[in-house]
Write a protein that binds this ligand. Structure first.
Ligand code: BEZ
Length: 267
């Protein structure tokens, strides 16, 4: 008998569901805005802008900001907020030396081809430009990921090949940035246990779609309850709040002012 076809669907972003279950992502993004240190008049690219909540915050600091995201639904929401935002694949960005800075919050961990994104950031930046970004880092949602994989294993599904997330160590990401020509001026891994606004099951719906998609629809509620039951002893607080085991990788890197060709040759 042939194996069932467990082809995952890619993650998709429903702006209404995102606003309900994931507003905290932008709310907790303030430290990376501070790391960026935007200066009024600068032209900044927000890579993976989603519905534009932080893009708006940057615009309010007096910069000209362009948002890009692979989700047409999220970009529609960003454009509805009055932003200059476009559906663009971050591994294939068209920009050439036109931005003073690239900003990114909670997007880079969705992109497995990190080198293609980094090469695109390099090309997009003017000489002397900078990147300030935060993403999931090594160990991010480790317990949640393990509970999902375990629940899939109980159904004879190998979830590791469905895994949509890339959570690098500081050393690994720093090496990629340096290989592209960047000078890394700051990189740190930060444990940030993160209270969720709703049940863990809502988080799974919002962020773990490729895993859920291989479970027959009728069985998904039971699947999510099973994952939640495994995690409750560690992640569910006495007051009923779920706290996700987030670990952030936050960094700032610079494109040297006089070395544009060296990096371009590497990219
Ligand atoms: C995060 O922002 O850390 C994250 C987002 C989606 C899935 C897992 C982690």
């Amino acid at each position: 008998m042939s194996e069932p076809d467990y082809t995952p669907v890619p993650q998709h972003w429903d702006p209404e569901r995102y606003a309900r279950n994931a507003r905290f992502v932008a709310q907790l993004g303030q430290p990376v805005v501070e790391l960026l240190d935007p200066v009024a008049g600068e032209r900044i690219l927000d890579l993976g802008c989603g519905d534009g909540a932080l893009t708006l915050a940057l615009a309010e600091r007096g910069v000209t900001v362009v948002g890009i995201d692979s989700s047409a639904e999220q970009i529609e929401a960003a454009v509805d907020s009055g932003l200059d935002a476009h559906v663009i694949d971050a591994t294939d960005m068209p920009y050439q030396e036109e931005f003073d800075a690239v900003f990114s919050n909670a997007a880079l961990h969705w992109i497995k081809n990190a080198d293609a994104v980094i090469a695109g950031m390099w090309r997009a930046l003017k000489p002397g430009g900078r990147v300030a970004a935060e993403m999931g880092g090594s160990g991010n949602v480790k317990q949640i990921r393990e509970a999902i994989l375990e629940a899939l294993r109980r159904r004879d599904i190998d979830g590791s090949r469905l895994d949509p997330w890339y959570f690098p160590t500081p050393d690994a990401y720093k090496a990629r940035l340096e290989n592209a020509g960047f000078i890394v001026t700051h990189i740190e891994l930060i444990e940030r246990p993160t209270p969720l606004p709703n049940e863990l099951q809502n988080w799974l719906d919002t962020f773990a779609e490729p895993f859920l998609s291989v479970v027959p629809e009728a069985e998904r509620p039971a699947f999510k309850d099973e994952v939640a039951e495994t995690l409750a002893p560690d992640l569910l607080q006495d007051d009923g709040t779920w706290v996700a085991d987030y670990v952030r990788l936050r960094f700032r890197a610079e494109k040297p002012a006089g070395d544009a060709e060296a990096g371009a040759a590497r990219a």
